[in-house]
Design a protein around this ligand. Structure first.
Ligand code: VGL
Ligand code: ZN
Length: 207
């Protein structure tokens, strides 16, 4: 697949210590994406990063709900929400980007999940599906029409971001080699099916 430098953005999702082995919400083999994503970033003129960025006591943390365990589902004002171990707390080492991730190329860092009452998987909208992050406006103002997505985790933040990209009228391409999944109760298969249905392209790698 040919990259169009003035229309394509590489969106690197949540390559942070807490999603890597040893982190609070480690994705199996999560750090394996670091050199792969760095290799991709060198091919794009436009690179943006997202950073999961929760206040302590965030409502997506199981520890914020009496008698709840991580990975259970809770009902929030905006609908069902998976509860997670405390992770990516603002300013902590777990919230920092993986030290091997080359971040210098990025012109934009989108932080998300900083409102205590709403989680935010997508780089475009929070989990209420109405509060925007501003990324759509950024893409439009810069004439960017196609988003290549990589990072962690395939079945949550990459999936939600790709779906919203399509809904907002952007082309979306997930590069499998640059993603790793949590895979909770079949979430990865579901994510792949929903993305295919929504017209998200999936490619194995970028040569
Ligand atoms: C993520 C769960 C909670 C992700 C973020 O980056 O996929 N997953 N917060
Ligand atoms: Zn989170």
């Amino acid at each position: 697949m040919q990259i169009r430098p003035s229309e394509d953005l590489l969106l690197i999702i949540d390559v942070q210590n807490d999603f890597c082995p040893g982190g609070a919400l480690a994705v199996g083999d999560g750090d394996a994406v670091v050199p792969i994503v760095n290799r991709f970033a060198a091919k794009f003129d436009q690179v943006a990063l997202t950073q999961d960025w929760h206040p302590a006591g965030h409502s997506s943390f199981a520890s914020s709900h009496p008698d709840a365990e991580p990975f259970q589902t809770a009902t929030m004002a905006y609908g069902p929400q998976t509860l997670w171990p405390d992770h990516c707390v603002q300013g902590t080492p777990g919230a920092a980007f993986h030290p091997g991730l080359e971040t210098d190329k990025a012109q934009l860092i989108i932080r998300k999940g900083f409102r205590r009452a709403i989680d935010s998987y997508s780089a475009f909208y929070e989990n209420d599906k109405t509060t925007p992050t501003g990324l759509a406006g950024y893409l439009r103002e810069r004439g960017l029409t196609r988003v290549f997505l990589v990072g962690l985790a395939t079945d949550f933040c990459v999936h939600y971001s790709a779906m919203d990209a399509r809904q907002l009228g952007f082309e979306a391409v997930v590069i499998d080699a640059g993603c790793r999944a949590i895979d909770l109760g079949g979430s990865l298969a579901r994510a792949h099916a929903e993305m295919a249905e929504a017209g998200v392209q999936r490619i194995a790698d970028l040569p």
